[in-house]
Design a protein around this ligand. Structure first.
Ligand SMILES: C[S@@+](CC[C@H](N)C(=O)[O-])C[C@H]1O[C@@H](n2cnc3c(N)ncnc32)[C@H](O)[C@@H]1O
Length: 236
């Protein structure tokens, strides 16, 4: 699969309001302070941990890892270009928070089992592992037909992956994080052109072009929808 590069490149997912709402949600899950150690697996441009670093001034800088080193990764964190498994195999620190947000669908079931085993072993006493993934049923992400089909089959696969995750993380808790996205059609189409979601990575240029025409005919100038994530929470 091609690499995902534009997910959080000037999109609602990197907006101040999204990050602050997401961090307020995190606050309901874990009490962080300047001594907390945090790790974000699949951090993208590290917008989330960067804002946490800014807020809590962690003594041990927040660590973000990703298999893609994007150009504009936040500078106030430690970034490592790596995959979650290899990093956790070498790294010997224990973390108060391990975050895996919208990344698990890139992994095979075998790799998820391994990643979770390693992540659990790297949690500090009363540390938390938080896994976020797109809501699998009745998802509201605006799509053209071909994109919708791809997204639906990816969400079906996610359901299987979520079962594997829940099996691995005994006594996990499930909750939802929602964000109301308000975006102009023009900006959303730019995101589609930039193939912001993994289900767009292998769509042909022709299908993308037709899909954009389809979106232009369905939506008005402004789009509003609810972006909802499932959160699986595991405490040591
Ligand atoms: C959908 S983006 C989510 C980025 C960020 N967590 C967020 O929510 O804004 C998924 C990220 O996971 C990264 N990724 C995919 N497989 C990975 C792996 N095995 N280890 C670490 N990162 C991975 C991708 O490069 C991409 O940046």
């Amino acid at each position: 699969m091609k690499k995902l590069k534009n997910w959080d490149n000037k999109t609602w997912l990197s907006s101040k309001s999204y990050i602050s709402q997401f961090n307020r949600f995190l606050k309901t899950k874990i009490n962080l302070n300047k001594n907390s150690k945090i790790l974000d697996i699949g951090c993208g441009r590290a917008n989330i941990i960067s804002s946490l670093q800014q807020k809590y001034k962690f003594k041990y800088k927040a660590i973000g890892i990703d298999i893609v080193k994007n150009k504009n990764i936040k500078k106030n964190i430690i970034f490592k270009k790596n995959n979650g498994i290899d990093f956790l195999r070498k790294d010997k620190k224990n973390y108060d928070l391990i975050l895996v947000k919208q990344t698990i669908h890139f992994l095979s079931p075998k790799k998820i089992n391994l990643l979770l085993k390693l992540a659990k072993s790297r949690l500090a006493t009363s540390g938390k592992l938080l896994i976020f993934s797109l809501k699998t049923k009745n998802n509201k992400i605006p799509c053209f037909k071909k994109m919708k089909n791809k997204l639906e089959s990816s969400l079906k696969r996610d359901e299987k992956l979520l079962k594997i995750i829940k099996k691995n993380l005994k006594n996990n808790k499930k909750s939802y994080f929602s964000f109301i996205v308000k975006i102009t059609l023009k900006k959303y189409i730019k995101m589609i052109e930039n193939r912001y979601m993994s289900c767009l990575l292998d769509v042909s240029n022709k299908d993308l072009f037709n899909g954009i025409n389809e979106l232009n005919s369905i939506y008005n100038d402004r789009i509003k929808f609810k972006d909802t994530l499932i959160c699986i929470e595991y405490k040591k």
